[in-house]
Each structure stands twice: as C-alpha cells, then as structure tokens.
Design a protein around this ligand. Sequence first.
Ligand code: M6R
Length: 606
Amino acid sequence: MCGIIGIISTNEVSSRIVNSLKKLEYRGYDSAGIATLVDGNINEVKCEGRVDILEKDILKFNLKGDIGIGHVRWATHGKPSKINAHPHSSEQVSVVHNGIIENSTILKKFLEKKGYVFKSQTDTEVIAHLVTDYLKKNSLKNTIIKVLKKLHGSFALGVIFKDRDDLMVGARRGSPLAVGYGPNENYLGSDSYALKSMTNKISYLEDGEFCIIKKDQIEFFEGNGVKINKKVMNLSKEDIHYDKGDYKYFMEKEIDEQPSTINDCINEYVDRYNNQINIYNFPWKINSFQSIVLIGCGTAYHSCLVAKYWLEQNTNLDVSIDIASEFRYRKVRFKKDCLYVFVSQSGETADTYAALELCKKNKMKTCAVVNVVESSIARDADLVLPIYCGQEIGVASTKAFLGQMLVLYILSIKISFDQKFITKKDYQSKIKNLLSLSNSAKKTLKLDHKLLNIGKVFAHAKGCMFLGRGYSFPIALEGALKLKELAYVHAEGYPAGEMKHGPLALIEEGMPVVVIAPRDDHYKKTMSNMQEVIARGAKVLLITNKNKDEVVSENIWEQIEVDKLNDELIPFLVTIPLQKLAFYSALEKGYDIDKPRNLAKSVTVE
Ligand code: M6R
C-alpha cells in the first residue's frame, strides 16, 4: 500500500512531486524516493524514512527535470531501507509500484540468468529489468503489453524511460490508479487525493488497463493494446486544507472533532423537520432482501460487529459479519435475497475491495459505507452511503469509526421502520435520541483529565485486557486494537463472559483491565465478571454510564462515566475514552501517534 505520483510537464516537477508525496504518506512512510529525467537520463533520489528527509536530499542534489515519478513505501518485499525504496531503475527505465508481484522470485532467476544484476530485495526491481529486456526487441507499447502479461499479483505502476521525456506509462491490476488532466501537463497518482491540488479532472484505470501519458494527451489501452476511451470525472473543487490547527497531532484533533462529525452525518441523513431518515437513493424494495452481510477490516470490521447487534435487535434480517480477507477466499453461498455491505474509511482497502468485486461478479446487491466517495469501493458498489466525517489523517481510525457506526445505525433503524418491525412512535423516538448524541459526545470529551494519568499506567503494562458484553464487546475489541497500534502494548478484547474459559489465566497482580459496562441488560453480569478479574489482582478501569444509583461494585481502580443515553447509542460514547486512553498511552511513550510503526492508513495490499 504505497503511494505513487507522476508528473509530465513543461516546468520542473520535483517540488510538486514532493508536495504530493507528503499528502500520500498516509499510504506508507517507511521510505520515499523520486526519479526524474535530466537530459534524457534517469536521476534518482531516495531515502529511508519520511518525505521531509527526501525533500532535503532533493535540495542538496538540486534535482531538475520536467518529467518524474515519486513513491512513498510501505514495505512488503525487503525491509525499509534506502536501497529498497522506490523508484527502482535500470539504465533504461525507472519504476514505482504499489502492490505485490507474486512471481517475482521466478522472474528474478530468469533475469539473473540473462545477466541482470539486482540491487534491492524488492519484488519491484524485476519490473525495471523486465521492461529493459523487452525494450531491446519491442516497441514501447508492445513492451508494456508483454511485461504486464508476465506479471502475477497486484500492481499499480508508474514508469519513465531514458531519452523519452515526452511520455510516462501507468498500468493497473488490483491496486487503484488515477490519471489527472492539467494545462499543458498531466499526472498519474495512486489516488485522486494526491492529484487534487493540481487538477479536478480525473480518470481512473480499470483492472488490466494501461495508459501512455504525454503533456497534452493521455491514451488508454486494454491489456492487449486495444485503445479505449475514458470518462473524465470532475472532482469536487474544494481541496480542503486540512491541517492540525492548534493541535499537535491529527489523531487528537480527529477525536475532538467527533461531536461535529456526528452532527454533519446526521444532517445528511436525518430530516429533523419531519423526524425521519432519508436515504434517497436506496435502489431496492425493502422486502427484496431477507439477510444482510457486513464486511470490513480492522476498525471497520468492528463497526460491522456493533451493527450486527443493532440489526438483530431492530430488524428481522438474518445478519452475518465477515472479515474481508477471510470472506474473499471462503466458499461463500451467495444469496439473491441478501444485501452485502462493505465498510471502509478509505474505500481502497484491497481485501474489502476484492470481497466487493466477488459479490459483484456473483451479481449480488452491494452497498458501500465509505468516507472517501471517489474511492474504488464507492465507485463500484450499487449504493454508496458516505460517513461524512471529513478527511482522517491519523493512521489509527477514530472519527471514521464513529461515522461508520453512525451510518450503520441509521441504516438499521431505516430498515427497521420500512420493514414495519418498529412502530412510527419508536422510530421517531430513536431519531430524537440520535439528535442528542453529538452533545453527549461533547461532554464525554471533557472526561479527559483522568485519562492522562490512567494512560501512563497502560503505557507501561506488560499486557492488558478489554472486556464487555453485548454492544460493549466489539467496543472492547476496538479499544484493544487502538492501544496495540498506538502504544505497542499487547492488548486483548474479550466478551466478559468468556474470561473463565481460558483468558482468566493471564490475569496477574496489577494487570490493567478495562471493563466496559454501561447500565444495560448486561450490566449485572459484567459486574460479576469484573469482580472475578479484580479477585485475581487486576486493576480495573470501569467505563460505564451515569445513573442515579452509585456503581454497585467495589475495589474498582478508576471509573469513567459517560452520559445516560438510550442503550443503543452507548457504543458511540464509551468508544471516546478508549480512543483517549490509547492516545495518552502513546504520548507517554513518546511514540509517533499519527504514524505508528509498521502501519499505513490505506491498506492496498493483501
Ligand atoms: O480504510 P479502511 O476502513 O478499509 O481500513 C481498514 C483498516 O485497515 C483500518 O480500520 C485499521 O484497522 C486502522 N488502522 C485501525 O485504527
């Protein structure tokens, strides 16, 4: 899941490539590089680490050139290092790549026998040498056709050629690739976001296609070389200048934005005047499906898990959830009367996209719950339900998680009412409750002060647990995921009732355990499970909601109380302290909060 940018122009390109790479760092940030053509020759500057370092090196090197490609990497083959950073070049060509070449070992052996010498441990370098080899006996276009046939796996590619400052090539299979149209210059990008500051005119390559990009013309081809026409799309003009404002970290800002993102999303779907939910473009009759499958990865999967409880509670649908990387390879029995819902912040997650494609191939009804409406998943699904939470930069998903849950909740009560599963009175009361969510989220954010100190304890723990029942179980999983990815602390989420079946053995004196126990139907049971871990030495942070009664339990180390809302809405509120807990734990350790180690924002490889 790397980031790609290419520019062909009549002006120097390196500073603009660097600016785009900065935007693309959400896709990978372990190394970066750029190649331009100067007097027909390929010049490369590469570094291990962030684009800031690359920028300084480029200035030192005084890199010129009116055509160039750039890359930010998330390592797949070969550790993060300068030598493994892209572009990978031979004397003849320079290549940037997102994806994985699955037959690279075989191709490497074949090329080594022909005398090609490899410098890196990457799978990408085979492409540079393969193109070089085919160019000896083929035209440029035929070379591309033949090389693409040889490659197995997934890729988005950008290629420039020695002595050809009039063109660059883009190709895609599996990984997304966009081209942009500018005034006397054109662009290539792993997504439209990288291009938005330069143009709002975009086309997307479909799987198996390639393109030849010149300053004043872009030609598109199917993999076999047949020329095709492409639709040019106009992106929304606004290139939202999303910065940190007064915050030091995007994640901190994104957590604090949640009351307003909740409001923005509700405003899009709820008609406050008529007290009803509007999903205008819903293309199916409500009785045309009997079941629903929700699919996602990571945090998005957790939002599906919460939605399962809502949908089972409020509709008569048969509800299943799936992790996209599992779903895509199982022998799934596709059902005509099923709605398949794909949840993804980026809309580019490779596994989720592949699961969607599989459903489309089987002619299923598909719906995308995404943040990026120009994404591949949004473009290919039958119905798109945006979460309207604005750009999310922090690798750890926060406001998008709340946004995903919100849209899934809205969808569940809409289906519920349309199925006549609930009365109009209940429907409108659910909507009324929803309207108070933003305000309660705002109050929850103020519970901050305690979590700063609590975070210091979790930061230094050998391991910890997050427990909950009902809606609070998926929230426990999400809390544990946040702590793992930000503070690098081993954390497990468990259904509180499962502890006695094994994990209780892990509890030892002083181990921090988060118990999520709002005063819902599970409260008393969870309280008993909490006492079982306290009895074995756990230090419990209890997250519950306000009530007239005192918490009926003892020996709790720390306690956080969110607002008392309708039980169905509690998952939104109890999530916020967990986000803060992970944030403060990472802060205590001085870790890179917006870009945790080994991760990337958009996961476009399997
Ligand atoms: O863009 P997506 O929502 O499809 O991403 C899915 C996961 O990669 C993502 O939620 C990941 O788990 C986050 N880093 C969690 O904070």
